[in-house]
Ligand binder design. Structure first.
Ligand SMILES: Cc1ncc(COP(=O)(O)O)c(C=O)c1O
Length: 265
């Protein structure tokens, strides 16, 4: 919610464009071109993407970069899930595709080390200098133990080991999720994520997603994200990470509420 909320809180006008499930979650290009216009200062994309788990094709990346160059906007590419590909090859970075590209990432997703709270930004020198000075007002310095852990984690040989660990967890959990979804027949459908630890699924009932997720929270003590919070009513987002026994128990509990919902018709 921050990528919409923070600029809005600073008085910026936000334009959005939708991703099309019928086009493998590529942007709706008409909407994209309307949204990204000569008044646009910054375009935000996450790739691999939360919440769909999709990865942009190289052609789509080029098209996004070209449009940003054309209108004179910066492209902020959030690549925090890069490295968390489940079966496909490593996601290509936007870095280097134009001198208006800014990339952010961190240790909390593909690296699997959220607790250290360390991330980074790569971009044009003047942008980075500005961000640095803003950052000094917010955080005087990182926690030194986190800093030490991060320095070890980002060493190329360690990074590959951490990505492999994440991939192993996701490869273990995805079939469990697939079987669970299949158990609901037509009531629940999903397009499997290509990367990341999130599964976005569509349920087929008229109950608003917020109401459904509240039932799961209150009755089962499990948190899932209502599609309404992601601009996708009729969907829920379920986490794919974690230990198998936690995933199994979480899915069992969510399932109790979904079966009750199916029975209500
Ligand atoms: C696309 C994306 N970017 C960034 C973040 C935040 O990462 P961090 O916890 O490192 O601040 C998230 C967290 O869910 C995310 O989904």
């Amino acid at each position: 919610m921050q990528y919409g909320g923070v600029p809005k809180s600073m008085g910026a006008k936000i334009n959005t464009f939708r991703l099309r499930i019928d086009r493998d979650w590529e942007p709706d290009w008409d909407e994209f071109e309307r949204a990204v216009n000569p008044r646009t200062r910054l375009v935000y994309v996450s790739n691999p993407h939360n919440p769909t788990g999709s990865v942009l094709s190289h052609e789509a990346m080029q098209r996004i970069v070209r449009r940003c160059d054309e209108v004179g906007a910066y492209l902020l590419a959030d690549e925090v899930y890069l490295g968390a590909e489940i079966y496909c090859s490593r996601t290509r970075s936007f870095w280097g595709m134009s001198d208006r590209v800014i990339v952010t990432s961190g240790l909390s997703k593909a690296y699997g080390i959220p607790g250290v709270r360390i991330g980074w930004i790569v971009g044009p020198q003047d942008v980075v200098a500005d961000c640095w000075s803003q950052h000094d007002y917010i955080t005087i310095g990182p926690n030194k133990i986190s800093d030490a852990v991060a320095r070890i984690a980002v060493k190329p040989e360690n990074r590959e080991k951490l990505y492999a660990r994440t991939r192993a967890i996701l490869q273990q959990n995805l079939p469990v999720m697939r079987t669970w979804v299949d158990g609901f027949g037509d009531f629940l459908t999903f397009r499997e994520p290509r990367a990341g630890a999130l599964c976005l699924m569509q349920y087929h009932s008229a109950t608003p997603s917020y109401q459904l997720c509240e039932r799961v929270r209150v009755n089962q003590s499990v948190l899932i994200v209502p599609g309404a919070h992601l601009g996708l009513e009729g969907y829920i987002r379920v986490w794919l990470g974690g230990k198998p026994e936690f995933l199994a128990e979480g899915l069992r509990r969510i399932g109790l509420e979904l079966h009750a919902e199916m029975a209500r018709g």
